[in-house]
Ligand binder design. Structure first.
Ligand code: FAD
Length: 436
């Protein structure tokens, strides 16, 4: 049998255990952390739950088993992620960033770097270890993130420069939005940093990836306040003549930082998509319960109205579609060496946008009472709104990658259906980066 939607006993166990963690350990923290006005304090409130997740093997489950990680498949990661996301996708984002920060080390690092960084990440006795993915840049003119592969020298594209000086790179500039500030605004333990190693070249030649470690002199962090994913940490990071050892350059990523970005934000696509499924699932279950228990002044509960039944039926079907596409995109990653630049993007774009619409449809069914804070739809709406925008925005980065592949005359439109490996290469990049 080659197509099988039945979970194995191990997958059911994983789902059960992660659901128990989310319900029993994470859920009690969510409301108070979400309501905390100070984003650093809010993040710190999640630390005990994070430590439990680390000790239960959840926080580093995606890292290769060879270096002490859980070595779970991408399909298993998505099954587990849904159970955390339905309770709080911001917390799930913290766990996801361990993968975004450290999988590039597994993919592009030397054996020595894998032993040094991945082993440390998976063997922290305190359970507080955090990985960070530091790619995004501040808004402004010039600045931003979406056109990182623009084929023009600075000031276009990535602005954080890394200039080789002896045994170090000297790094200057700013990042904005990454998950890298850590529990105390002194930085996460380690993670991947995208830098401009050649300012004269465009984004397809001039970018590289370094491992940024906690305690690097010349780096400061400040947490950002935001409307959704308040349990996740996001920061402004300023580099002032920061010195990062040249030994932290990921060899496979030298002049290939662009490919790291594209691969990474597609690897995480199914996790973002399943986060959206989790949000729509939460809204749907609440709306269905409301529809069975409220008459809105009519004689019988509103579930008896045709419109209510049709809309909730559509929502339920779309949630199933979103879940199966996410499983399939993860399956594609598992089959193709954790590459899914095309299907990971397609999955993330379509499912996050469809699920946002589902959340809002559920609110329309519940009506005005969905707007009262205590009923919980507002938080779900805030969380669902993040998902099409974060993790490589759907409008710029993700759709551009799909466009770049489809514009290739050699592109096989049946590739995904036939399970072909769609190789994403530099000639697929830079599309739509120059307005006009
Ligand atoms: C909860 C959360 C966690 C995050 N974690 C991380 C992290 O760990 N590491 C990290 O590096 N970043 C992180 N980010 C940032 C996130 O990945 C963003 O997706 C990324 O910064 C790009 O944002 P953007 O697409 O809005 O790009 P911007 O460059 O800010 O572009 C703004 C908008 O301009 C438009 N646009 C720009 N260029 C084009 C184009 N060529 N074609 C069409 N439209 C275009 C799009 O509408 C786009 O959304 C996080 C963000 C959030 C909210």
């Amino acid at each position: 049998m080659t197509i099988n939607f039945t979970m194995s006993d191990e997958q059911k166990k994983l789902q059960y255990e992660v659901r128990a963690f989310a319900e029993n350990v994470l859920k009690p923290v969510v409301a108070v952390a979400d309501a905390e006005p100070d984003p650093l304090k809010g993040f710190q409130l999640t630390k005990p739950a994070y430590v439990e997740a680390y000790k239960a093997g959840i926080a580093m489950c995606m890292l290769p088993a060879q270096y002490g990680g859980g070595g779970v498949s991408c399909v298993d990661l998505v099954i587990a992620a849904e159970e955390i996301c339905v309770v709080d996708p911001g917390f799930a984002c913290t766990v996801l960033c361990n993968g975004l920060g450290l999988m590039p080390v597994a993919w592009y690092g030397s054996e020595e770097q894998k032993e040094r960084f991945l082993r440390a990440a998976t063997s922290d006795p305190t359970g507080e270890y955090l990985g960070g993915w530091t790619a995004s840049e501040p808004p402004g003119n010039p600045s931003g993130t979406a056109n990182f592969d623009i084929p023009l020298p600075r000031p276009a594209g990535v602005g954080l420069t890394a200039v080789r000086d002896g045994d170090d790179f000297v790094v200057n500039g700013r990042k904005y939005w990454p998950s890298s500030a850590g529990w105390d605004e002194q930085g996460v333990n380690s993670g991947t940093l995208i830098v401009r190693t050649d300012s004269e070249k465009g984004g397809t030649e001039g970018l590289s990836a370094l491992v940024l470690e906690r305690g690097t002199p010349g780096v400061t962090y400040r947490h950002l306040d935001k409307v959704g994913h308040r349990l996740a940490s996001n920061a402004e990071i300023v580099f002032t003549d920061a010195r990062i050892p040249a030994a932290n350059l990921l060899p496979g990523a030298e002049a290939n930082g662009d490919l790291v970005i594209n691969r990474n934000f597609a690897w995480s696509g199914p996790v973002a998509a399943i986060a959206a499924v989790g949000m729509a699932r939460a809204a749907y279950e609440m709306a269905l319960e409301f529809a069975h228990g409220n008459t809105a002044g009519a004689v019988r509960p509103i579930i008896g109205f045709q419109n209510v039944g049709y809309v909730l039926g559509d929502v339920a079907s779309k949630i199933e579609m979103g879940r199966y596409f996410s499983w399939r995109a993860a399956d594609y990653l598992d089959k193709h060496d954790q590459h899914a630049e095309l299907v990971g993007a397609m999955n993330k774009i379509q499912v996050t946008e469809l699920m946002f619409d589902c959340v809002y449809k559920c609110m329309q069914i519940v009506g005005v009472n969905s707007l009262e804070t205590k009923n919980g739809f507002g938080k779900i709406l805030r969380e669902a709104a993040v998902l099409p925008i974060y993790d490589g925005g759907n409008m710029g980065m993700q759709r551009r990658r799909v466009h770049g592949l489809l514009a290739d005359p050699m592109f096989n439109p049946r590739a995904i259906m036939e399970d072909d490996y769609v190789k994403f290469e530099k000639h697929h990049e830079a599309i739509d980066t120059v307005v006009g």
